[in-house]
Design a protein around this ligand. Sequence first.
Ligand code: ADP
Ligand code: MG
Length: 261
Amino acid sequence: MDDTAIAASAVAVRNLHKRFGDLEVLKGVNLTAATGEVISIIGASGSGKSTLLRCIPLLEVPEQGEVAIAGEVVRLIQHRGRRQPVDAAQVNRLRASLGFVFQSFNLWQHMTVLQNVVEAPIHVQRRPRAEAVAEAEALLEKVGLADKRHVWPAQLSGGQQQRAAIARALAMRPRALLFDEPTSALDPELVGEVLLVIRGLAEEGRTMLIVTHEMAFAAEVSTRTIFLHDGGIEEEGPPSRIFRNPESERCRQFVQRHLNR
Ligand SMILES: Nc1ncnc2c1ncn2[C@@H]1O[C@H](COP(=O)(O)OP(=O)(O)O)[C@@H](O)[C@H]1O
Ligand SMILES: [Mg+2]
């Protein structure tokens, strides 16, 4: 990956290394997401999928390698034996251009659904309240929660909470969305409604990185699939190949096991 590729990317990591103590979790990962790409990230539990996603907004700081968001490389320095951002303001600004959706919905329980969605646009992005509310209402409509806007999160099903979390992420007008197993915590009958919303976002051409165990969904919505194994990209390519005819035997076995569930 060269500098021109980074400059044109929505999200990029280059030669990413991350360890926790003696455990080397990422062993030199390279990944570039162009605007409009939908990249599904698959792999066994413990293969480093969440760590990879968390390195992008610098929730984890890699010991080696670079991260770029919207073409801008995050500046990191070695300080007293630890690597850290040079400029916290740069990290905050770039982080704000990403939307995250985690396995656990992480809605603020003391705020209504609408308050959850307008909070950051008003208080972080300093957008006018009326504009933020109008946009939030449109987003809640889009995820099928228009009638729930004045309800507390605890009154919603898991699927509804996750759809609210997606609306909240979209309200920041992110350049890219990062999903970490967005349906893993849901009862099986609620998975479909969340995948439907994410599929709609893919069709709109949003840039997304999606860690998921929903293989059929990944095969259908992504433009590219990455199979992580042991901290590295074991195989990547168009889902048509990764899910039907991968080169790696390990990838083949992983996909077979999960497709048949
Ligand atoms: N904060 C942390 N401290 C120590 N070990 C961690 C931490 N986060 C993740 N790990 C370890 O790193 C490995 C990869 O974890 P993770 O990225 O969560 O994998 P995945 O999302 O693919 O299941 C696992 O062995 C996990 O236990
Ligand atoms: Mg994980």
